[in-house]
Ligand binder design. Sequence first.
Ligand SMILES: [Zn+2]
Length: 87
Amino acid sequence: MENKLDGNAAGGVLQAIFPFDMTLVQATCTGCGTTNVIGATAVYIHGMGTVVRCPSCDTALIRVARAKGRYWLDMRGVRVLQISVEA
Ligand SMILES: [Zn+2]
């Protein structure tokens, strides 16, 4: 069972890990090379955690799980993250 949501739904859990607004960060997909802001990706939330997928090719860009008092972050689907430092 999983719920498909837009990328902004991942903002909450990612905000707990990263000190900037991850919904505004641009991620380049390792699968197809497309660059999207995280807020415009497809997010699946299920019992094991959150999966952010590329809207073009469905590659899992970011997987986040919280278990045993830790966040587990798998970002193998991201080739490049672009993080704006402008206010
Ligand atoms: Zn892709």
